[in-house]
Ligand binder design. Structure first.
Ligand SMILES: *Cc1c(COP(=O)(O)O)cnc(C)c1O
Length: 338
């Protein structure tokens, strides 16, 4: 069966670069949503803990519950609390949902500073604090998310400025409502590295830790290394003469006599079918014919074939982002930490 290889040294290398920028390991909240960007939730949680990461971010409570033994702090981005845990903190994305949060829940208020996806409006801040107090929730932080941190425009500065005003207002409101000192966070990977002097309480870092952050040249940060590689095993081999056609529909015609082998990685495992007939591995090994559910054929005789060593490379082939390549990898694939 095709498998995923996780390179621990590369992960630690990436975390070193991130920790240097946040100035403290403790300010890194590793984003582990979507099966740790396809890397494997528990695998990444365990090596993150080994490195000394104490905080993480997930989408759902069900993910958070699996991580309690690994982290001191877990932020759930979009779920209504059903369990009670001292380690789990829940985002409030919409004021109408506040009545569903049980009294005493640790919450963090998301503010919409310009992305217009989730969060309360800056002008709703007072109402939000009042509702949170009425509901008896424990407000620990106010946060936001950037819409254009990875693009070379001034939008990032505009949103940062909006959040600066939100922070000032929130600090005043915290005093007025008698809440304890609030924490603030706004940075994903790209935003963190746009901050010349990062001074927030935490950064929510995903793609940079996995070594697949793709930024325009002017914003590029050097030194990150991809953590995940996909390796497939040979199922069968055959010698084909020039003119033979391979796979469903016979779409690929062999240009000169060669050995074609079939490998156990297909779109059912997370390989993008749109790569059919065009993909070449990073070692320049040509894929031939259509990718099928559990198979793909390459001009190769190798027993094991590295399908890719860097999701960014595959993303460039299909004009998508590394995030989509990674999160498409099925959780059933075997993961091996090296
Ligand atoms: C996914 C996500 C992140 C992490 O983004 P990266 O670009 O992978 O660093 C941070 N914050 C929120 C709210 C997210 O949804």
């Amino acid at each position: 069966m095709a498998s995923i290889i996780l390179n621990k040294n590369n992960f630690f290398n990436n975390l070193d670069i991130i920790a240097k920028h946040t100035k403290a390991k403790d300010k890194i909240a590793l984003v582990l949503k979507d099966n740790a960007y396809g890397h494997g939730l528990i695998e990444m949680a365990s090596i993150a803990r080994e490195y000394g990461i104490k905080k993480c971010v997930v989408q759902l409570e069900s993910e958070a519950l699996k991580l309690e033994e690994y982290f001191d702090y877990i932020l759930v981005l979009a779920d209504i609390p059903k369990c009670s845990s001292t380690k789990i903190h829940y985002a409030i994305n919409d004021l109408s949902r506040v009545p569903s949060y049980p009294t005493g829940t640790k919450v963090e208020l998301k503010v919409d500073t310009g992305m217009h996806r989730s969060g309360v409006k800056p002008e709703e801040l007072h109402t939000a604090f009042a509702r949170i107090q009425e509901q008896g929730l424990s407000l620990g932080a106010v946060f936001t998310h950037h819409r254009s941190a990875d693009e070379l425009t001034s939008e990032w500065f505009w949103q940062k400025e909006n959040f600066t005003k939100v922070k000032e207002h929130a600090k005043e409101l915290a005093k007025e409502f008698g809440f304890s000192t609030l924490r603030f966070h706004s940075c994903n990977s790209a935003a963190l590295f746009r901050e010349a002097a990062f001074d927030e309480d935490m950064a929510r870092v995903g793609i940079a830790a996995y070594g697949c952050m793709n930024l325009p040249l002017a914003l590029k940060v050097d030194g990150f290394k991809a953590v995940l590689a996909v390796k497939a095993s040979k199922i069968s081999s055959r010698f084909l003469k020039k003119g033979a056609r391979v796979g469903y529909g016979g779409t690929h015609e062999i240009q000169s006599d060669c050995v074609v082998s079939n490998y156990d990685f297909g779109y059912g495992d997370g390989f993008f079918r749109t790569l059919s007939d065009s993909y070449k591995t990073q070692a320049d090994i040509q894929l031939v014919g259509r990718i099928s559910m559990d198979n793909s054929s390459f001009i190769s005789e190798e027993e094991e074939l590295l399908i890719f060593e860097d999701a960014s490379y595959v993303a460039a082939f299909t004009s998508t982002v590394s995030y989509e390549i990674l999160t498409s990898l099925k959780s059933e694939l075997k993961r091996e930490i090296r």
